[in-house]
Design a protein around this ligand. Sequence first.
Ligand code: IMO
Ligand code: MG
Length: 428
Amino acid sequence: MPVIAVVGGQWGDEGKGKVIDSLAEKAKVVVRFSGGDNAGHTVINPSGEFRMHLVPSGIFYPGVTCIIGNGVVINPAVLLEELDNLKKHAVDASRLVISDRAHLTMPYHTLLDGLEEERRGKGALGTTRRGIGPAFADKVARMGIRTGDLINKDLFHSKLSSILEFKNAILTKVYGHSPLLLEEIFEQYCRYGEQLAPFIQETNSVIHQSLARGEIVLLEGAQGTLLDPDFGTYPYVTSSSPLAGGGSIGAGISPMAFNRIIGVFKAYITRVGSGPMPTELKDKIGELIRKKGHEYGATTGRPRRCGWFDAVAGRFSAQVNGFSDIALTHLDIFDGFPSIKICTAYEFNGETLNYFPSDSSILEKCQPVHEELSGWQGSTRGIRNFDQLPSEARRYINRLEELLSCPISFVAVGSKREQVIEVRPILP
Ligand code: IMO
Ligand code: MG
């Protein structure tokens, strides 16, 4: 029963969508297990160019069942829009299954996310303002509404009415905002419920029947390890676990069933939103990476902060996830760079740190210690074979493998589906 988790190794936007789009051809099930529509997975394939926020990136293969797992929070309006867009591109999304345990993002979540960011002022976290933090907070506080609740309208009405009473007290008394109207939200969400009802079901049996048949199940991570609420740069993190371990809980699959855990890393590193980033380049090189890599948020359009590959953070990420393989993306962005740097340690208060500090105020003051490697000339975009890469590119890849103690099995040299070098087969 091969379960393969595909997880972000950095601060998100590593190219998880592309890796899933490439691996899903041989899979039977793809499950999203965390986050919500804060995710923006870019997929470019013969059906077109897509930014997947909630629908798993395996939806383009007719034989693949795509599950939005219990660990995801769903904004139904965004999901319906995404389904509409797929339909416009003649992509059949009838194999979508939505866990009845997945929580919903409600209008008060998005509103409170924005109000809280305003209140933080200069200390804003730079969230995507999609209501993700407030929705996960309510889940844990036991006052969330789940997709399954939309099916029973009486029960939904009574839950919503008691929750909204509390939310309106916060909106009006803490933030001086006008209250939200119960009947308006109720009717809107009942309409969403009617449209989504055909997809909503208990998903445990779907996943476990597939595993019992020995089929390949892919777990599609969202966000990245350095945004994990426990292991990321707290409080500049997201609100659900993007780790492989999060995949176990967010999909309902035993850790014993995992065969491979693929960490997706860009050949450099990016971050959107606030928080420490030791290798950030605020110079022309950072600009060049942003321009060549089209480093603008798929969800918010914000310019991403760009920097050299951080192998200290990368090693930490490989450890907490237990990566069996790495998928390295955007290698082609370095085509033509005279030299490339890798951060191999941090300097803090005159001392060398070889680990990723848990305290963001320390990480903020860490200076990267760099190692410089020669770059390569010419384009890697047409290369499909590891041995045909320029020797400097191979050297760069091998050095990252050494620093992270993990093999790089997959290299992306462009955004299209076929622009991939399979160094070692990931799937049987
Ligand atoms: P994918 O799946 C990159 C970041 C936000 C912010 C922080 C908290 O495309 O890799 P949130 O809205 O989650 O409360 O914001 O997390 N963030 C992401 N950054 N890629 C993502 O998803 C992200 N999802 C959230 O920018 O810094
Ligand atoms: Mg993204």
